[in-house]
Design a protein. Structure first.
Length: 144
């Protein structure tokens, strides 16, 4: 099993799980905006990068012949899944929390991680999660 390209289908997200993801996403989004307002400067840029950059693989994933509706190109699935896994932003948050000397040094990177995590949680609240090898939502399975 490849961590970035899961093969086992899962059940569709439940209302309870989507609500939980949404509450977590709202918390981290508010926390990220607070950090951006509190620290200003480059924190605004890194916060916006954290909020938007995880979807860069989508810009390249919906182009191609023979793709079904909502199917992502299998070529970009590992990149999409890597940018939508919880571990990278948690590591970024931990790194900037532990490895910097002042809050002002930590704020831009910390905010990047917080907004990245908020992005992932909001996506999950709307039912978007990891993709399978064929490029479909993991819970959809491969309709082919």
């Amino acid at each position: 099993m490849n961590l970035l390209v899961p093969t086992k289908p899962t059940s569709p997200p439940t209302a309870a799980s989507r609500t939980g993801w949404g509450l977590g996403g709202a918390f981290f989004l508010a926390f990220g905006v607070f950090e951006m307002v509190e620290h200003g400067g480059t924190t605004w840029a890194t916060g916006l990068i954290g909020a938007l950059a995880p979807d860069i693989p989508l810009l390249f994933g919906f182009w191609g012949k023979g793709l079904a509706k909502s199917q992502l190109s299998p070529k970009v699935v590992p990149f999409y899944n890597a940018t939508h896994h919880w571990l990278p932003p948690v590591l970024v948050i931990a790194w900037f929390s532990l490895m910097t000397e002042t809050n002002d040094e930590a704020a831009p990177g910390f905010t990047l991680g917080v907004m990245w995590l908020a992005h992932i949680m909001v996506d999950r609240a709307f039912g978007y999660g990891p993709r399978n090898r064929a490029g479909f939502q993991r819970w959809q399975g491969d309709p082919a």
